[in-house]
Design a protein around this ligand. Structure first.
Ligand code: ADP
Ligand code: ZN
Length: 619
């Protein structure tokens, strides 16, 4: 029997375990139950795949992500792992084939949709086989109050009664303490060992920039930092998704839209293109992304504010699963705050309170002058971390300034409109009054006679918008009604009376450029994304070989080799199969399957074939 470390080397071709993996795997291999909380991209899959390969019998993986099962199974098969799945998309014949493989002990891993377990025939089938471990993926789906609740997951509590001797491992990337507790009790995992990994994603660079011309800003971000790279752009509405996808396409950037308004076939097609093609961008609403484990997503961009930090962290977590530098970029402005404050006022009381709490936390992240990562980790219960050196505020610390007087000017304008005129206006009019602009609308309402008219000539239009945005973010000002009329809050009075100081963040005019994670205070040991010219050319050759091979075999490119592996091959230029086998990500099966082709691509067709000696050391 192989040890977990041997399987890691031989099958997956990886040098070493990531933080937490070995402990979890050892525990499950020896028959223990486990509940694993690990961030997206942390490496959860190995935690059940290796025990399934080491223990006798078939590992059964419960996963709600039916649309991705085929890809997951393909990726495992490419590694030489005998994997199969059962779900509703299969024909009877296909199902029967998998069932007989399962019974014959010819599978290492069997993926199952949770609803299958409702069918008695499935339970009987499982009862006749030999099961090594049950893995419950996306375990937060059992939590009623979470946003991904699936009733079928409640059935999973039966696994323990039916198979008391088979270890169970439940995994999720959702970290809040309440979800954790709910998973534990609903799945009967109170006695299991709980593994809570660090939620830090050190290779992700976080940046939140103030929004002025979002399209141009996005284009500049993509062109200067991520040309020809895969990524996701999130927008709030279907129509903006369509518009941005078209805009990018018009500017020569390959992009496809994805939202719930598209028909299922188009959605599936766009998702599959994203997984299979190099350098494609998906512009999407939040309907896109769950379970997408494409490892080489190089950036996640938000053009609209997410509703909560949970959502933001989940979405940005889709970047850089391969551990290479990646960027979480967001453009955020006054309109986002107005719109979200308004949306947060919808629904019943309890819902409203929750929304407001979520939004306040999100806005605090946007407006902070401190390290963004520290704030995120703190929110997810990981206290006491240090400034990260790999976020915009660490790299270019924003100035804060005393904005008490400008705040008083804004608040008193709103107050005067209400007291003296019984009127409410949006930000545009309030700022025009402060600037002393005699616009048609100002004259029409006689606002040039207000005592505050023109008292704000010391700041410009953009700066006033920044002040109003931050007052809204801090809850010192509120919006009302559909057109975003500004109103005072309970906390406004203290500012107006001079009893409360207002600290504001000075908006940067030029966004800070991302640095690679390797230059970011040594937080990440990953190779830098930039390669020397010669290696870069080789990398591109390998990439196009990989693209062609993936196409031929009908699998995503990363199933052949990850970018990180290709980069390592390009820089190390292995001369033989034996040398190639030392590259991280080159396991036994892939070496046998692609080794020769890689060496040929690497050294060109005219180069001598790999030396005999090299091959012998391998054997
Ligand atoms: P999660 O399910 O936690 O989001 P995955 O299991 O998909 O994460 O792993 C993320 C990526 O990291 C995958 O591409 C996987 O192959 C890679 N990976 C996992 N463990 C290791 C390791 N020990 N060494 C190198 N790469 C790893
Ligand atoms: Zn930081």
């Amino acid at each position: 029997m192989d040890t977990p470390t041997e399987v890691l080397h031989r099958v997956f071709g990886y040098d070493s375990f990531r933080a937490g993996q070995q402990e979890i795997i050892d525990h499950v291999v020896t028959g223990g139950d486990a509940l694993v909380l690990m961030p997206t991209g942390g490496g959860k899959s190995l935690c059940y795949q290796i025990p399934a390969l080491v223990r006798k019998g078939v590992g059964v993986v419960i996963s709600p992500l039916i649309a991705l099962m085929q890809d997951q199974v393909d990726a495992l098969r490419a590694l030489g792992v005998r994997a199969g799945f059962l779900n509703s998309t299969q024909s009877l014949d296909e199902r029967q084939l998998v069932e007989s493989e399962f019974l014959a002990g010819e599978l290492d891993l069997l993926y199952l949709a949770p609803e299958r377990l409702r069918v008695d025939a499935t339970l009987r089938l499982l009862g006749r086989g030999d099961i090594s471990v049950f893995a419950i993926d996306e375990a937060h789906c059992v939590a009623q109050w979470g946003h991904d609740f699936r009733p079928d997951y409640l059935e999973l509590s039966r696994l323990r009664e039916l198979w008391p001797d088979v270890p169970r491992i439940a995994l999720t990337a959702t970290a809040t303490p309440s979800t954790h507790a709910e998973i534990s009790s609903r799945l009967g995992l109170e006695q299991a060992r709980h593994f809570v990994a660090s939620f830090d994603r050190p290779n992700i660079h976080y940046r939140i920039t103030s929004k002025s011309e979002p399209k141009r800003q996005l284009l500049e971000f993509l062109r200067t930092e991520h040309p020809d790279e895969s990524g996701i752009v999130y927008c709030l509405s279907r129509s903006s998704v369509e518009k941005i996808a078209e805009f990018l396409t018009d500017n020569g950037i390959a992009a496809v839209p994805y939202h719930a308004g598209l028909d299922a076939r188009t959605r599936a097609h766009h998702q599959s293109r994203f997984l299979r093609e190099d350098g494609l961008i998906v512009v999407a609403t939040i309907a896109f992304g769950m379970g997408i484990d494409k490892p080489d997503v190089r950036f996640v961009a938000h053009l609209d504010l997410p509703k909560s930090l949970e959502g933001y962290y989940q979405e940005t977590g889709r970047a850089g699963r391969d551990g290479m530098p990646a960027t979480a970029w967001m453009a955020y402005g006054l309109n986002d705050v107005v719109q979200h404050r308004r949306m947060a006022m919808e629904g019943d009381d309890a819902h409203r309170r929750r929304q407001v709490l979520h939004l306040d936390a999100m806005l605090a992240l946007c407006e902070t002058v401190g390290c963004r990562r520290m704030m995120l980790l703190d929110y997810f219960g990981q206290k006491g971390s240090q400034p990260c050196g790999n976020c915009d505020t660490c790299q270019t610390p924003p100035e804060s300034w005393d904005g008490t007087v400008p705040a008083q000017k804004v608040l008193s304008t709103v107050l005067r409109l209400l007291r003296e005129r019984r009127q409410k206006f949006g930000v545009g009019q309030v700022v025009d009054i402060l600037l002393g602009k005699k616009t048609a609308k100002v004259l029409q309402h006689g606002h040039e006679t207000l005592s505050v008219f023109g008292v704000g000539a010391d700041l410009g239009n953009a700066e006033w918008h920044g002040v109003v945005r931050q007052l809204l973010a801090q809850g010192l000002l509120a919006v009302e009604s559909d057109y975003g009329a500004l109103v005072l809050t309970d906390d406004s009075a203290a500012v107006l009376r001079g009893q409360r100081e207002v600290r504001l963040r000075r908006d940067a005019h030029r966004p800070a450029r991302a640095k690679t994670a390797s230059s970011a205070g040594g937080k990440s040991a990953q190779p830098a994304a930039e390669l020397p010219a010669e290696a870069a050319a080789v990398f591109e050759r390998l990439r196009s070989w990989r693209g062609a091979t993936a196409k031929e075999q009908g699998v995503p490119a990363y199933v052949i080799f990850h970018d990180a592996t290709l980069r390592e091959i390009a820089t190390q230029a292995p001369a033989s199969l034996a040398e190639l086998s030392n590259v991280n990500g080159v396991g036994e099966n892939k070496l046998a399957k692609y080794g020769e082709q890689v060496l040929r691509t690497l050294h060109g067709d005219d180069a001598p074939p790999p030396s005999e000696e090299g091959e012998q050391t391998l054997l």
